[in-house]
Ligand binder design. Sequence first.
Ligand code: ATP
Ligand code: MG
Ligand code: MG
Length: 186
Amino acid sequence: MVNWSPHPVSVKKRSPWVQVAGHAGNFKVGSDGRLLKKYFECEQQCFVQLMSDSLRPFIPGYYGVTKQDEQDYNLMDDLLADFDSPCIMDCKMGSRRYQQRLKELKAVLEKSDFFKAHEVVGSSLLFVHDLTGKAGIWMIDFGKVVPMPPPLTLDHRSPWVEGNREDGYLWGLDNFIDILTNMLPE
Ligand code: ATP
Ligand code: MG
Ligand code: MG
C-alpha cells in the first residue's frame, strides 16, 4: 500500500522550508541548505550505513549529529534547497504501514546491501518538482528502520505474516510504477 499526502504542496521561491507530513516540531532549518531533524538513534545508524551504500544517490546527504538548545539533531541536506518554487509529495512506502527515477531506484534497491538487511517501516519517498521542470525522488525518514539479525535478509515483496518482518516495500514500489505507467498517454 502506498500512502499519499492529501495534496501536493506548492512552495513559493525563497519561502521558508515547509514539511508536507510527519511530526510538527521535529525539524529546524540549518544554514547552507541543511536541515536538522530531532535525533533518533536508529535513524542515525541508518544514515551512517546509507552514506556508503549503493542507495547513496537516493538519500539526503548526512553530516552527523549536532546539538542545539540541549537537543540532539541529525544534520542532513534540505532536498528543497536547489529547487525553484517546488511542489512536494510524501508517499509512505510498504504494505504495513514518478517516473524513470523510480525505476532506477528500484534497480538500486534490488542490489543494495543496506536494503536487504533492514526492515523498512514508516519510510517515505519524497517527490519534488518545480517550475523549471527539475524533478527528484529521495528516500527519507529512517526513524523506524531496523537491521535484521544477520544472516537474515528480506526480499521486501513477500506478503507479511506474523514474525517474517517483510515490509512490502518493493511490492508497493512495483504497484506505484504500474499506476504511474498506466497514467501516461499511449
Ligand atoms: P513521520 O514519522 O510521522 O512520517 P517524521 O517526524 O519522522 O514523520 P519525516 O517523515 O522524516 O518526519 O519528514 C517529514 C516531512 O519533512 C517530509 O514529508 C518532508 O516534507 C520534510 N522533509 C523531511 N526530510 C527532508 C529533507 N531532507 N529535505 C527536505 N524536506 C524534508
Ligand atoms: Mg515520515
Ligand atoms: Mg518518521
